[in-house]
Write a protein that binds this ligand. Sequence first.
Ligand SMILES: *Cc1c(COP(=O)(O)O)cnc(C)c1O
Length: 398
Amino acid sequence: MSKRGKSTEQIHHAYQPPAGWDAVPVPTYKASTVLFPDTAALHRPRSGDAFAYRYGLQGTPSSLTLAARMATLEQARHCVLVPSGLAAVTLTSLALLKPGDEVLLPDNVYGQNRHVTVRLLARLGIHHRFYDPLDAAAFSALMTEKTRLVWLEAAGSITMEFPDVLGLLHACKARGVTTAMDNTWGAGMAFNAFELAPGLGVDLSMQALTKFASGGADVLMGAVCTQDAGLHRRLDEMIEFLGYGVGANDVELVLRGLPSLPLRYRAQEASTLTLARWMQQQPAVARVLHPALPGSPGHAYWEAVSEAGSGCLFSAVFKPAYSAAEVDAFVDALQCFGIGYSWAGPMSLAVPYDLTHSRSLPLPWTPEEGGTLVRFAIGLEDVEDLRADLAQALARLG
Ligand SMILES: *Cc1c(COP(=O)(O)O)cnc(C)c1O
């Protein structure tokens, strides 16, 4: 062959990893184009096999390894990856619901799930109702023959109620209704979502890998795991319609985070419990919301799930005597806590919330019992530094 030009030479330069080469991390494969060995392979009909690589959007050996590791973590059989936790929420609802169907959500569901349901699903003719996650009997009465999907969240966002998950699941199983859990808080560590009690688990477990799986506060990704091949196919089909894919660099970051997830989860859980118990004793605080604390809403339901973990979040409801502006000043005075959304990264975070317009059902406390709420996400700092920081900011509050 005559000598090729410099561009052609570079593009067609043979590459083969050396025989026997190995390293600890999974290689980061980057691909839009996936090369076929010959036209016979190109013409072969696409099998249902997830590992039949045809185009980068459908995954690479790196992304499918991450999916397989997530399925292992969650004790599931299948897992799909999407570009964010919110994408995983929307994917699940769109894959399972059609016009005329009804979806039930806990009133303390992740705010963006509520938004998608109320704004997008409603536009598609999909109805919704919100239920009290602590009242399985009232929940049962809400279900109709149109109910096709029930979302669960354990613990619920911001107010941290642990749902009567066994009661809710019994009611869904009795009617054959599909259940999906937003399992970002549990992260595959707090409990096995597919076996919360013998023979009783959810059908789908979705997680924002943005949080614990990555652990770095530097990447967005979501996953949906299931035991059921039929549900997995429906998710896969919807992923193709929506054109969801995950970037190789993001996959690399989450693969790097997973080995330390169990250690990080347990360390952050221990610091969180220490600080939540300490906050309970502070005179400015009316109540602390954390499922492992007796008296926190749903504590008994949390205890009913054997050896449940308890995550890295707690909320403190300040006494109503403190104005929202005073509580904001307390948050501004914190030095070890960033002010910002998300959680399960290295840095602890604090966010004040006004829940007056984001719930349909009454809060678990009256305005006389509690005022402004601050949600704390505990990171990996030394717990004594965090406690000292909370103490100095509380001291300014008076
Ligand atoms: C953060 C979060 C999500 C969404 O994840 P993103 O990757 O930020 O879109 C969904 N559910 C819960 C409970 C979350 O905390």
